[in-house]
Write a new protein. Sequence first.
Length: 762
Amino acid sequence: MTKIKKRLRRVKNTKKLEPHPSKTRKFGSRLKKFFTDARQVKRIIFFGTLVTVSLWIFWGIPLPTQLASQQVPVSTKLFDRNGNLIYEIYADKRSTPYTLEELPDYVWQATISIEDKDFYKHYGVSFTGIMRALYNTVVKHKLQGGSTLTQQLVKNVLLTPERTVKRKIREFALTLVAETIYSKDQILEMYLNQIPYGGTAYGIGATAEVYFGKNAKDLTLAEAALLAGLPAAPSRYSPFGARPELAKGRQQTVLRRMVEDGYISQEEADKAASEEITYTQQEKLRAPHFALWVKETLAEKYGESVVEKGGLRVTTTLDLELQEFAEVAVATEVAKLKKFNVGNGAALVTRPATGEILAMVGSKDYFAEDEDGKVNIIFAKRQPGSSIKPLNYALAFRDKKITPATPLADVPSCFSVIGQEIYCPRNYDGNFHGAIHARFALGNSYNVPAVRVLALNGLENFVEFAKDMGITTFTDPSNYGLSLTLGGGEVMPSDMAQAFGVFANQGIKQLLISILKVTDWKGKVLEEVNIKDVTLSGDRILTPEVTFLISHILHDNNARSDAFGASSFLNVRNHPEVSVKTGTTNERRDNWTIGYTSLALVVSWVGNNDNSEMSGAVSGVSGASPIWNVIMREVLDKAEEGNYDDVEDGHSWPRPPQGVVGTSVCATTGNVPANKDAPDCPTRFEYFLKDNVGANIQTGATDVQIDKTTQALAHPELPPELIETQNRPYLLDPLGTMICLNCPIASHSATIRYPISSKTSQ
């Protein structure tokens, strides 16, 4: 009986394990309900997406234990426009590892101060830096990292340099893991031994050898501070780069940070900052200033790592043959000027229609023993002297304040700008020339008329116009006076090339370009410039009519012969179509010549890097003009041979645009004569904007006070017995100054003061 009960119990239990039909239907309905419920579906999608994104971000991520680069380096090569190799950026790594104990303390202290002052306080990430990076990414749409030393190490050694959110998340995760498995000292040591310092140098050891030819353990504080500033932007801050002066500024920033962080005293910082640093000799390269500038440009766009080991193939705008010709021309002419205390020279050649840089000579000798040779004057701030005047006259022509025939009072004058000292300009030749037409005032580069034109334009208007033309260094108009038209503000030769390019390009501004094409080493095109498209781009700053007037004046040898002579270096043999302007600053610290045609533009400069004065023999017809002349002749010959795909005839002067008319005007007043045969009005031919013909100024005859002894206008303080009243012909210039047409120019300094507002044109 007992056995039967046990068997029945087993059967009963077995039946319980079988699903009841009703229960099966209930489970199915629940499952169906689960998948039809919106909240449940959202949960499934959320967790599915989370898993998918996590796999996408972290799949194939390297382990922090590797901390060694797996990338095979390939050198980047720069070529000129004709395929000639200019510069090869080697990517082979040089590394000489050191332990922290082997290095002076100030080596790692300098690095921490400039790169990550809270390195020993955080856990691998700086939340302040993260917030700043987030702000730049979201608000300014510029992906930026607030990287700590650990993040930099992870990014450079384990990850690619791409600037994406995915890479930043990976960097963040790997940084936290690295901080967990390594001590702070280990991370710092790996950073100092593996981070790229520029070129082929990886780590502080190799970098010390490259720059100073010594072991890292023997670095001085000054040298350590300079090297600590390199990793942030090696191409930019390298003392062997395009702008070596930035290396010194960066070193001083590092020393200041070290003082602030308490690592060194101010006295130690000052001593290190004044220490003279000796660098090792560098391998010579072709077109050095241009090549290093292009390298810096590429690094800013593609990143240091890609430039140094990504195998880029870069076709530049440079004509290497012309470049080497220009280098010889600068060096040769500067050598001739050595006895006149001229220590340096520079030149820049461009194509106005496209902005292409054909040659760039940043100094007389990049490889000179002193550091001056490595400074690229093309991007240095220098005073332009009178070479800025054409911009001033162009604005006045555009706004119809004057015409090429407007007489300007070149007489002793003083100007009072609100908030500034009285300004009394003088001409370069020390003389005054009476009523001088704008054509001859600009052509001969007289100073007093140019100041009058700026007074007409207004300082604020001129500063804004100069910015539109391409001058990037002019700031608040209140910082300047009327001497701005004589070179009272600093400019860069690169900006002057762009501004004069507007004249050459009939009013269109083209930005300067240096790169035509970039590919990777396998041939994949990363960027390419279509020159035909470039010629159709650009902003219109002036009308063709205004640029024609300026260019015609600057090409008119007769208009400048009084100051420069009939035969000077401003005349290019076999190329009479060239327009040109010189500039010499007060005390002869800078001397310029800038000239152009529709085919080519050349800027030349001579002076001294330390701003010391050149001798009086350096002037508008010497100094920079011989350099300019020989380079301009060479580039025009090459252009006319079809080297730059030009279609224009470089020998012909452009025809006047439809909006320009030519007519005869009175040679004294500039007005269109009522009677062309009037005996008291000899005429000359002039070009005008068709809706602004003639000078349109007031003329006539009136009683004036005459100095009996000189027959000039009497000085106000002259004794009455030496003064007599005479009726003389006169004219009023645009500022209302009366000029006696048949009186000698007074030799005294009798002046009239003109109250001029810096904000309101007169």
